[in-house]
Design a protein around this ligand. Sequence first.
Ligand SMILES: NC(=O)c1ccc[n+]([C@@H]2O[C@H](COP(=O)([O-])OP(=O)(O)OC[C@H]3O[C@@H](n4cnc5c(N)ncnc54)[C@H](OP(=O)(O)O)[C@@H]3O)[C@@H](O)[C@H]2O)c1
Length: 214
Amino acid sequence: MAVRVDLNISLDGFATTTDQTPENPIGEDWSRLVAAYVATRTFRERVLHDSSGEGSTGVDDDYAKAYFAEVGAEIMGAGMFGLHSFPDDPHWRGWWGDEPPFHTPVFVLTHTAPRPSIEMAGGTTFHFLSASPQEALDHALAVADGKDIRIGGGATVVRDFLKARLVDQLHVAIAPILLGRGIRLWDDLRGLESDYRVTAELAESGTVHLMFRK
Ligand SMILES: NC(=O)c1ccc[n+]([C@@H]2O[C@H](COP(=O)([O-])OP(=O)(O)OC[C@H]3O[C@@H](n4cnc5c(N)ncnc54)[C@H](OP(=O)(O)O)[C@@H]3O)[C@@H](O)[C@H]2O)c1
């Protein structure tokens, strides 16, 4: 069992984008940041439910496949789930449609009033809780059936788990773009690399995949 993170960041280290508007709550920069990942065959199949066989099949796809493999439960923040973008919508069910790509229990960390769990098609259930990283991890471990726990994001929650030294495997896909502002993954984590063996692989898209393994 490993606690895993997979994150896309820009060359200047940002894991979030800042050009969202009420009309475009995702923004233009998001598609630049995750272009190589969403182009993969695995993303198309797993997230877009596209079984045409289209999509890239090189190094980026190898990492996308690994992203989904052997995960027994997921932890994410209120920001990634979308509670900050749609704070007044009590019926918000996440960005991923009726059948989200997780197919596991997903624990959404939030300080807002308790929300009932949401059961989605395909085996994803969203549970909402206010807990420390270690407590959230204990909840996830209890239901993960011995498989890995993925800390899905966003930037704040990943940084909290890194700061608490709870992450066994950190995969960072560095897109060859500059975002200039946002939440920077690496701030206040000086010396983090000393806990890990680090490898790097260059994909055809120009994305550099850094893997930190304990
Ligand atoms: N680069 C990537 O690969 C990647 C992946 C996923 C997401 N993202 C991006 O990340 C952004 C979201 O990240 P973010 O940093 O803004 O937010 P986030 O990490 O998703 O969530 C942070 C929020 O979660 C709640 N929270 C965190 N820890 C908690 C705890 N221990 N107990 C209770 N609640 C807790 C708090 O919200 P409340 O106090 O409001 O409840 C906090 O403001 C989005 O823009 C998304 O696009 C990027």
